[in-house]
Design a protein around this ligand. Structure first.
Ligand code: F6R
Length: 239
């Protein structure tokens, strides 16, 4: 793992944003695996600002998001579909047909997950962007007794519900999600992970220096040959 410690989330957004813009310019039909949550927002802002300046085009870029809540309407402001449109897609020339999400409202979630796995297998993600949960989750692969290969329906842990319920003001937060499996995440050619804030310090230490164990799903990244980790000083403080 290549670890870079930076001053703050804004600086990380500039560096990781530039990494993505350069990668898109080098391969305009690149396939990206994308994350939601607070961590990637400065990166997405950097990318769409470069688009607005005419420095990059996303018209042939293909994206696959990591996860989506179960039984939350696609148009709800808290769906990850809405998040990606608000934080990135709507500010760029990306084509709707090129953006892919797990459908958390699918009647047969097992079938939906299988379909997504098959699409991912064909698409071959060039760069996967990740955040990490306070409990070490990647995507919504929560601490468990085994690593999941493919996509599946997960019961979110209390730690994840506590971290994300602040976004849900009126309705309660969904307690289940569909997530890409650890096996699919590991197939990306390159992985870039962002973590900021003191509340991520334990997870970051376990990910970088701990045993590789499904108890800390992010620890599997130690086995990937091309991982770049971007941390602020607080998230790196226990390394
Ligand atoms: C989101 C996702 C999650 C988040 C993680 C960190 O698509 O897959 O693993 O990356 O929960 O969230 P933030 O960035 O909000 O701290």
């Amino acid at each position: 793992m290549k670890i870079t410690v930076m001053k703050n989330a804004h600086e990380i957004g500039k560096s990781v944003g530039k990494l993505f813009v350069d990668a898109i310019n080098a391969k305009p039909d690149i396939t990206l695996g994308l994350a939601t949550g607070a961590s990637p927002i400065p990166t997405y802002k950097y990318i769409y600002r470069e688009y607005q300046k005419g420095k990059v085009s996303l018209k042939d870029v293909k994206t696959y998001n990591l996860d989506e809540y179960v039984n939350l309407p696609k148009q709800d402001k808290n769906s990850y579909y809405s998040f990606m449109h608000t934080e990135l897609f709507d500010h760029t020339d990306i084509k709707e047909k090129n953006v892919h999400f797990l459908n958390g409202n699918a009647r047969d979630s097992a079938r939906e997950c299988k379909k997504y796995d098959e699409m991912l297998e064909k698409a071959q993600v060039d760069i996967q962007l990740l955040g990490v949960g306070r409990n070490g989750h990647i995507g919504f692969n929560e601490p468990s007794i085994c690593f999941s290969k493919g996509a599946f329906k997960v019961n979110l842990t209390q730690s994840t519900i506590n971290a994300n319920s602040k976004y849900f003001d009126e309705n309660p937060m969904p307690t289940q999600a569909l997530t890409m499996g650890v096996g699919s995440i590991m197939k990306a050619k390159k992985i870039v992970l962002i973590a900021t804030g003191i509340e991520k310090a334990d997870a970051v230490t376990a990910m970088v220096n701990g045993d590789v164990t499904p108890v800390c799903p992010a620890s599997i990244l130690q086995f990937h040959h091309d991982v770049e980790v971007y941390l602020d000083e607080a998230a790196a403080s226990l390394l």
